[in-house]
Design a protein around this ligand. Structure first.
Ligand code: SF4
Ligand SMILES: [Zn+2]
Ligand SMILES: [Zn+2]
Length: 304
């Protein structure tokens, strides 16, 4: 079947539909869908300084491209990029090069924060000193905290991440299966109320776009030249959930969309139920936390 709109050769069949699109119609469809999410959930407003969490991969470079395009159109929005260098030999060095090249080409300011500078050790060093610890668990705690801290120090008003519909469907199911509904209540296209200045609200403009759509967009726009995978990639539970959802999706198309759509329906109720837990200050480092000592300080103590 040809492209639905212009009848030329298609490049993609849209998920859960009979619709085929050609390159230029798909690019328009993709950008329109991201902008629709931004408008519908008020992810970005006038005078926002949006910090894009940039790993140099397909999701973050596509997001950076789309948001930078938006900032050139709507001049009251500022877009910059933040890359976290975990210190992973053979992986991060290449993606730093890609991100630097991309930002230079598009005249986007790129900030780099590193575990080495912030925590005194690279992830490689942490892992070799703690071989029984899962690299992704350590990495996730430190990355979340450093993204928030650096965005705040750089005076960003929003922190944008390239999470897509597949990522969100996995997280929803993982939280459900682990009975971690409190964590789910903090998810959605926009997280954080913006009322606590220590937390920079997080936004996910690709929330309703699938992984396949983001990969196709990045490829068609020539944003990535090669696929770069982290040497650790040890979050095996997430991989199992990913495979499970992919199998279900193949058998019952629309599964992931339905999971995310039903989650969005119940999210306001979840948020109401879990509202009100006061956030204090970590006694060791002064960063915001709901316990006496934050996760970063606990983990740092554990691995040293
Ligand atoms: S795969 Fe794991 S270790 Fe590698 S960057 Fe991602 S979270 Fe960190
Ligand atoms: Zn077309
Ligand atoms: Zn702390």
């Amino acid at each position: 079947m040809p492209c639905k709109f212009c009848k030329t050769n298609p490049v993609i069949n849209l998920p859960n539909s009979e619709i085929n699109l050609c390159k230029s119609c798909f690019i328009k469809y993709f950008e329109k869908k991201a902008i629709k999410t931004i408008k519908q959930y008020k992810l970005i407003e006038k005078n926002d300084h949006v910090m894009v969490a940039c790993s140099g991969g397909k999701d973050s470079l596509s997001l950076l491209y789309v948001l930078n395009k938006l900032s050139l159109k709507e001049r009251k929005i500022k877009v910059t990029a933040l890359l976290i260098d975990e210190g992973i030999k053979g992986y991060r060095d290449d993606s730093i090069k890609d991100a630097k090249k991309f930002c230079k080409e598009h005249k986007i300011k790129l900030h780099i924060a590193s575990y080495k500078k912030e925590l005194g050790k690279t992830l490689d060093q942490m892992k070799s000193q703690n071989p029984n610890k899962i690299a992704c668990s350590m990495c996730g705690v430190f990355r979340r905290s450093l993204l928030n801290k650096s965005s705040r120090e750089l005076k960003a008003t929003k922190l944008a991440t390239g999470h897509n519909l597949d990522d969100e469907a996995q997280s929803i199911l993982m939280n459900q299966l682990r009975n971690n509904i409190a964590l789910s209540s903090r998810m959605g296209p926009r997280t954080g109320t913006g009322k606590d200045p220590r937390f920079i609200p997080r936004i996910k403009p690709f929330y309703f776009l699938t992984e396949k759509e983001v990969a196709t967009y990045a490829f068609l726009k020539g944003l990535i030249s090669k696929f770069n995978e982290c040497t650790y990639n040890e979050d095996s539970y997430r991989f199992e959930i990913r495979d499970l959802l992919n199998n279900l999706e193949q058998k019952y198309p629309g599964t992931k969309h339905s999971l995310v759509a039903s989650f969005i329906e119940i999210l306001p109720t979840l948020k109401k139920s879990f509202k009100g837990k006061s956030i204090g200050i970590c006694k060791t480092c002064g960063e915001p936390t709901s316990s006496n000592i934050c996760k970063v300080c606990n983990l740092t103590k554990e691995i040293n």
